[in-house]
Design a protein around this ligand. Structure first.
Ligand code: UDX
Length: 439
């Protein structure tokens, strides 16, 4: 299709690209590459997911993704197929975007990587470059090369830093591009995937590139656990964590982002990657106490929030109806994997509370196992009605517009700083905001 420029037998211009795995990383990555002019074929073994995507329907909530799918599918530059073997036939670049969930021992489970590599090995074109975007333990790029057993094929690491809900924008405008390749010509090929971006490039060996991803997520987790600890301290001392965050964040060495306290950090990446980094360090006989402490602080945050709720109900939580607003791990996603909101719900249920919850992405009839024990409401008003205490756990913007005046006043604990405190107080609600004075 294109004028692929060959240098050292390697592709540097628009290319035939295979993406293995149509998940949170694979779909936005593939769609953005197709939009940039590459000819992209995505392998997805789940038939329902594949059919939906081929019809332009996104299985995940991602701003701008369906519009991008519609455009790239119509252009013919994006296709979905069932097998990895089919996707890689004729591809010059193969991007592995399969899941690497936490295994039983805390290590990343590489089964899907191994299966994908096994499926593609015999079908790769000579000179193809296999790029790992999945978050994988240090040494995995070497392992992929070993398993492929194709000396005529190149391997490289190119970790992604996409945020859920912003994946299209992040894939299009990354703040940096990290490439791990032993051969500079191979690094150039991987860099050609981001040729529309002027983001700084960090070109290094595969092991360092793999570790950069874990270090980035562990650092973010550490920053969040730090501010959550400060929120607890502010609660105890009558200080204001919002002002504290601004006061420290204006120091450019600290920076203002990732300093909003909450019910804890969750989602599909931070918890998994922190656990995996602990295992990587343990295997290397290195202690990482800051990483351990970040996780310990996070593990205790749900209990802290439940205790704060209990402190707002004079007769205790046993048998009390608690209205919960928000179940996803953050707003603008339907993802509840490792959601701190669910950890708080479990802590409330353990204290005998009756939990009635509303989340804009959860239908009242939903029977998913992670929602067991929760009475699901169809609106914020229905979750609040008659509750002894309401707790806001996800920062959905609509929670700023709750009509507190239409309910019998009780107490509300806002862990995300989204409630219109003036409106709630005017309606005679007792308002407590995590880390803020006056509650
Ligand atoms: C994260 C990383 O940001 C991304 O670079 C990586 O590729 C994948 O993991 P994501 O899982 O989408 O992305 O979530 P993110 O937006 O980073 O939030 C992580 C958690 O921290 C959420 O539970 C969120 O609510 C919480 N958070 C974030 C806060 O509590 N306060 C903040 O200030 C920021």
């Amino acid at each position: 299709m294109t004028e692929t420029a060959a240098r050292d037998g390697l592709p540097v211009g628009p290319s035939r690209i295979a993406v293995i795995g149509a998940g949170y990383v694979g779909v936005p990555t593939a769609a953005v590459l197709a939009d940039a002019g590459h000819d992209v074929v995505v392998a997805e073994r789940d038939a329902d997911r594949r059919t939906a995507l081929a019809a332009g329907r996104s299985p995940m909530m991602e701003e701008g993704l369906e519009e991008l799918l519609a455009r790239t599918l119509a252009s013919g530059r994006l296709r979905f197929v069932a097998t990895a073997a089919e996707a890689v036939a004729g591809a010059r670049i193969v991007v592995l975007c399969v899941a690497t969930p936490t295994g039983p021992d805390g290590r990343a489970d590489l089964s899907d990587v191994d299966v994908a590599v096994g499926e593609i090995a015999a079908h790769l074109a000579s000179g193809a470059v296999v790029v790992t975007k999945s978050t994988v333990p240090v040494g995995t790029t070497e392992r992929v090369a070993r398993l492929l057993a194709r000396p005529d094929v190149h391997v490289a690491s190119n970790p992604e830093f996409l945020r859920e809900g912003h994946a299209v924008a992040d894939a299009r405008h990354p703040d940096r591009v990290v490439i791990g390749a032993d051969d500079p010509a191979v690094a150039d090929v991987v860099a050609s995937l981001s040729r529309d971006s002027d983001a700084p490039q960090v070109i290094t060996d595969p092991r360092t590139a793999e570790l950069v991803k874990y270090a980035a997520n562990a650092y973010l987790a550490m920053k969040l656990s730090f501010i959550n600890s400060m929120a607890q301290l502010c609660d105890a001392l009558g200080a204001d964590v919002g002002v504290l965050a601004r006061g420290i964040g204006l120091d450019p060495r600290i920076g203002p982002s990732f300093l909003t306290p909450g019910p804890g950090w969750g989602g599909s990446c931070l918890p998994k990657d922190v656990r995996a980094l602990q295992s990587i360090a343990a295997d290397a006989h290195v202690t990482v106490p800051l990483v351990d402490a970040s996780r310990a602080v996070n593990d205790s945050q749900a209990d802290y929030v439940a205790e704060r709720c209990a402190s707002l109900v004079t007769s205790g939580l046993d048998g009390a109806v608690v209205g919960v607003l928000g179940l996803t791990f953050k707003a603008r996603t339907a993802d509840r994997r490792d959601s701190p909101a669910l950890a708080v719900v479990r802590a409330l249920l353990a204290r005998g509370a009756r939990v009635r919850a509303f989340d804009p992405t959860v239908a009242p009839g939903c029977a998913d196992a992670d929602l067991a024990g929760i009475d699901l409401a169809g609106s914020a008003d229905a979750a609040i009605e008659g509750a002894r205490v309401v707790v806001v756990l996800t920062e959905w913007p609509e929670f700023a517009r709750v009509a507190w005046g239409s309910h019998r006043p009780a107490a509300v604990l806002d862990t995300r700083g989204v409630v219109d405190v003036g409106a709630a107080a005017a309606a005679r609600w007792r308002v407590a905001v995590l880390g803020r004075p006056g509650s």
